[in-house]
Design a protein around this ligand. Sequence first.
Ligand SMILES: [Cu+2]
Length: 282
Amino acid sequence: MKKLKYILPILFVITLFTSCSSDDDDPVIINETEGLTKVQEFTNATHTIEVYTKTGKFYSGYNDISLRIKNNTDDTYFENYTINWMPIMQMPSMSHSCPKSGISKVENMDTLYQGYLVFQMTNEDESGWSIKFMYNIDDTDYMAESNIAVKQTARQNVTTFMGSDETRYIISLVEPMNPEIAINNMKATLHKMETMMSFPVVEDYTITLDPRMPSMGNHTSPNNTDLTFNTSENKYNGDLSLTMTGYWVLNLKLLNQNNEVLKGETITEDTIQSTLYLEIEF
Ligand SMILES: [Cu+2]
């Protein structure tokens, strides 16, 4: 009995040690959808595409979207395939798509794929949009399609506008999602509307930033920086300084590669808001 007293703790320590080691042959089980909430499933005869976001909903503006494809016959998830999507908004007289990324596998994950969509508008009852997925598993093409619900956000986190170059652009707010009283890392997307169905990323422009609080004499904040294009993220990055909680207007100007202003105005005593802006309230 005395011996057992010592052997048990030793065994326990050995177990701890072996279960913590990450040898290649024992698979580390991670929940790949942790922190995500399923929005809906797209089902066809053979597969179920599970679509996830952080909130479990689609919103107007920028949406990070994750997905995985389940085999309906044995409930396993596929690890290698190619997939693309076509979001469509059906309007009374015409239909159009929206800015979108490609869909690629999340680094260090087996089953989870990721991309983004920017819904530039939505109907009050959340209707109008659908997504069609086209994908290929082991040299066979498949398709799954469904209507989706897109909620309108309270504040303007996306804006569609005509530039002075007669091109229609879309800017969406990516970050901060949870603004703080601090210098926030601001990210935005910039796409142009080439056709109703094609919205390529616009590179190497500049988006100037002047955040203001209309309720408090339209004061600004120190240490903001303009947004410039980041090649690795394919988005625009800058610093957004927020000195207090409340409602802020992020006044913007869009400049092309020659620094010509395509849209927006400098804030002065007479011009209290740019015609190009986003909103934040926190
Ligand atoms: Cu529309």
